[in-house]
Design a protein around this ligand. Sequence first.
Ligand code: NAD
Length: 311
Amino acid sequence: MPKRTLVTGGAGFIGSHVCDALLAAGHEVAVLDDFSTGRRANVPPRVTVYEGDVRDAAFVRSVFAEVRPEWVSHQAAQVSVSRSTREPRFDAEVNLLGLLNVLEASVESGTERFVFASSGGVLYGDVDEPAPETHPADPISPYGISKMAGEAYVRFFHRQHGLHAVSLRYANVYGPRQDPHGEAGVVAIFTERLLRGEPCVIHGDGRYVRDYVYVEDVARANVLALERGRPGEAYNIGTGQGTDVNELFSRLRALADPAAEPRYGPPRPGDLRSSRVDPAKARAELGWTPAVDLDEGLRRTVAWFRARARA
Ligand code: NAD
């Protein structure tokens, strides 16, 4: 059955791919976004866009009254860890009060299913092995604190109001449309710099391990979580595999600029040494496994950035 769906943050990197996946599955899609980091060009045609801020409760309510979404995928967020440490209040206004506005409007307008974009890395911290969902959460940034509290609000809305809501804890997401000028998103940053012949800086010894998951797989996880997620639950969305920055640079160099040499810079304070998530629960309960491996995902990403540079 096609559903009326609303994607908050649908003009962003991940949200726009969620829109694509929902449309491909035959659903109707509307987007709520303030374009603070999202781009109009990311939003697929056939999608109605409501421009405004999740912090504005009246605006959010008016969008819900018009769209009456049966499903909601909440991707809109303040996504900068460093901004969250400088401006914890701003982070909480967007990531907690904004979330509450969307949750309350969902209950008021009779939304059936809800997905919240959370984060594995910032909850679990440094881990030697892929962390299961039961790993204790100990966030060290206000951004991580807002994701942890956001999940708790999602569970509260499930228990208190019967909202069928789940949280997805993404690993390090990469792919087409990622912002190459952000503080994070090393795949996008390196790809753009390699294609421009600009130097790539590897921080410290480059042996910082991350779990890279391709954005279309994350988008598909959103659709599966809406279809069959267990309400009140959180699911890791990652591969469980680890790749360090040196290895990532080598693979991207082979695809984008084989002669490039990296530059090594000072380590970044606070960078986790190793972050991976265990996707076993998503496999068992959502039937989700990553379909695009790192080689293929990087190939597609470089192809997309190359085509964009030509255009
Ligand atoms: P993004 O910046 O590309 O997307 C965020 C979107 O939300 C943008 O379109 C932005 O314009 C919109 N937005 C921001 N503040 C808003 C506000 N106040 N009102 C309305 N819209 C607003 O970032 P992304 O990487 O696509 O992140 C999407 C979600 O996934 C976020 O919730 C983020 O915390 C989460 N997440 C991302 C990653 C990752 O690796 N990229 C990892 C874990 C979790």
